[in-house]
Design a protein around this ligand. Structure first.
Ligand code: SAH
Length: 453
């Protein structure tokens, strides 16, 4: 019988959807961090449950040829780059395979070719947004990232997948906070002031927003701090304070105060300009978001006769990218600030055939059915939990010829596609697009077509 702390030699046979190595011993399945298929390792057992266990590499006995050997271990420890130890071409293969597995296991679809994942030429330094906790480590204020499944801060200066200008700004602000002797937040003691730094930088515009998340309103000598930041980083056009007094993992509280400059930054996607607020969703990889949207647009084969629903529309990026090719766009989004941004973005780009509703998509879809709106194409881009059954049924009631499904979670997408197939739609093709290189996250576009009656 195997038990905790035993050390055994095993071979890694698979990679889980979260990028952990998988070994099978005595009818048990073990999950191991930093272990790749084909590798032989000496494994220490950390924990055993009925059918599964967790192990840790004590020693590598045989390495995979697909291993990136010089990756900084902190990127795996923190999960910043939880697939960074796998070569990039294999990451892309892994992602297509994951999508195919989900479609097969969850939706029973085996006859569809999942296209090779579209990747980046330079799959690093792509994130246009940073969300960095500020804590005390060994007596000093530090910025970095939490160790996986914990709130222990690992100090980090180079975040590997983040825009280098953002990294530079974070280090500069960290040094200022130290110099001005501002106290980092302490979750256990419920003391300290500075909780997080959130930075957004327009990929094309370079316009940068800094959000300082604090536990209380007053920041001592904040004017001087901002002056120093904007002197060195003139591209910081917006500095915002967010106050979060709650003991919670949610980064932002409800209270946003613009301390300097504008409340938004501007960036462009596929030729349109967008205003982006601190609390609006905006794809973190601009270059690949353009490829993703273009894929969705190409899959939808749009004409001037088309009436398009853009569900889960955020600040309007998808619908506004295609508005000029179609007759009408209807968008729906639940975050009020994002809907405001979408309306302003439509106007600022000279688009008059896009309307936005602020409400849950499932409710609005049913309202649109009642109002007799007849979309020809519905594009959905839901969060990780996917669509609801009520949304799917209402969308089918409007009988669009095509449904273009953009997903950041292939498991819920497969579940939803299964129901669409039962309701008269057929999956035509799936294209994964790598929005999150070096991580296990998968994004893809699927095209469903209505079957002839
Ligand atoms: N299409 C946008 C946003 C995609 S992210 C883009 O590409 O940028 C998903 C969006 O769904 C977020 O903006 C989130 O606020 C919104 N959302 C989450 N639940 C929702 C719901 N029930 N109804 C409508 N929108 C929702």
């Amino acid at each position: 019988m195997l038990s905790k702390n035993d050390v055994i030699d095993v071979e890694i046979v698979d990679l889980t959807h979260q990028g952990q190595g998988l070994a099978k011993v005595d009818g048990l399945v073990f999950f191991v961090d930093n272990a790749l298929p084909g590798e032989k390792i000496r494994m220490r057992i950390l924990k055993i449950k009925k059918k599964i266990g967790y192990g840790k590499v004590e020693e590598y006995l045989e390495l995979s040829p697909n291993r990136v050997q010089d990756l900084d271990a902190n990127y795996l420890r923190t999960g910043i780059a939880d697939l960074g130890h796998l070569t990039y071409d294999k990451q892309l293969e892994f992602k297509s395979q994951q999508v195919a597995n989900n479609l097969s296991k969850i939706a029973g679809i085996n006859d569809i070719e999942v296209l090779p994942t579209l990747g980046m030429d330079q799959p690093y330094a792509y994130r246009n947004k940073a969300q960095v906790p500020v804590r005390r480590v060994k007596g000093q204020l530090e910025t970095g990232f939490f160790r996986k499944n914990s709130h222990d801060l690992v100090p980090i200066e180079d975040f590997y997948i983040q825009d280098k200008e953002i990294d530079r700004l974070v280090v500069f602000v960290r040094d200022l906070l130290r110099r001005f002797d501002l106290k980092p937040y302490d979750e256990k003691e419920q003391t300290g002031l500075i909780r997080n730094l959130v930075v957004r930088r327009g990929h094309y515009s370079g316009e940068t927003m800094l959000v300082i998340v604090t536990s209380r309103p007053k920041i001592f000598r904040i004017e001087q701090i901002i002056e120093k930041i904007t002197q060195t980083f003139p591209q910081v056009v917006s500095t915002i304070q967010n106050i979060n007094e709650k003991n919670t993992n949610v980064v932002f509280g409800a209270d946003f105060r613009t301390l300097y400059g504008k409340a938004t930054i501007t960036d462009s996607i596929l030729g349109n300009h967008y205003k982006i607020s601190a609390q609006s969703f905006y794809q973190v990889n601009t270059v690949m978001a353009e490829k993703l949207y273009q894929t969705a647009i190409d899959f939808s084969h749009l004409t001037k006769e088309d009436v398009v629903i853009d569900a889960y529309s955020g600040i309007g990026t998808i619908g506004l990218s295609l508005a000029k090719q179609v007759k009408q766009v209807y968008g729906v989004e639940v975050v009020e600030k994002a809907v405001q941004d979408a309306k302003e973005n439509a106007q600022a780009n000279g688009i008059s055939n896009a309307e936005y509703v602020c409400a849950p998509a499932e409710k609005t879809m049913a309202d649109w059915v009642k109002a007799g709106i007849k979309p020809t194409v519905i594009i959905v881009d839901p969060p990780r939990k996917g669509l609801t059954e009520s949304f799917i049924r209402a969308s089918v009631d409007t009988a669009p010829a095509k449904i273009t499904y953009i997903s950041c979670n292939p498991a819920t997408m497969a579940r939803d596609i299964k129901l669409y197939q039962e309701l008269g739609y057929k999956l035509e093709k799936v294209q994964p697009v790598d929005l999150f290189p070096q991580t296990h996250h998968i994004e893809c576009v699927a095209l469903l077509k209505r079957k002839a009656e």
